[in-house]
Design a protein around this ligand. Structure first.
Ligand code: FE
Length: 178
């Protein structure tokens, strides 16, 4: 009886802990499932994680964009032509970045937003690469590179946060409200 109780408790705990891990926390890295221990929708503590450690938990494409400054091809990202209602989180760490009501139909080929959820959702960094003067946008919690911001967006901010889809993780409204 005692053992039965222990086995039931272990199974229940196993189920509960599995349910806490959502799809974004588990990614295929070098062909194996890897849990991302830095991912949280509630913890806003700033992360200082080395690229070597990010490489162990992010899939190859997300690692290349978020840590090595790669950019996905225009018009290829999953959120470019997408108008679902909900919230966009950092795909690397779970930090809340944008609401869908700040997304607008931009012709640039990448998902575009006119404002972030909070001013500290992102941080900015000067980017002089390719002989251009641009402002890079990084996640305010984990420093992941998200894209760039330009001053040609719509009212009220006139900003255009031009993002890589792969750096974002969308959650529909009804689910994020629970
Ligand atoms: Fe992040």
């Amino acid at each position: 009886m005692k053992y039965l109780f222990k086995i039931s408790a272990a199974l229940l705990l196993g189920t509960l802990s599995f349910q806490k891990i959502d799809a974004q926390k588990i990614q295929k890295v070098n062909g194996k499932n890897s849990v991302n221990p830095y991912y949280s929708r509630t913890d806003t503590k700033i992360l200082k994680v080395s690229n070597a450690n990010w490489k162990k938990v992010l899939n190859e494409n997300l690692y290349a964009v978020s840590r090595l400054n790669n950019t996905e091809m225009a018009f290829t990202g999953k959120y470019n032509n997408f108008d679902g209602l909900g919230t966009y989180y950092c795909a690397a760490c779970g930090n809340a970045l944008f609401k869908s009501d700040a997304k607008f139909a931009s012709t640039c080929g990448w998902p575009s937003f006119f404002e972030t959820i909070r001013p500290q959702s992102v941080i900015f960094k000067r980017d002089d690469s390719y002989n251009m003067k641009r402002t890079e946008v990084l996640c305010g919690r984990c420093d992941a590179r998200l894209g760039h911001v330009f001053d040609d967006g719509p009212k009220p901010t006139r900003k255009r946060f031009c993002m890589n889809s792969i750096s974002l993780e969308f959650e529909p409204l009804n689910k994020s409200q629970k």
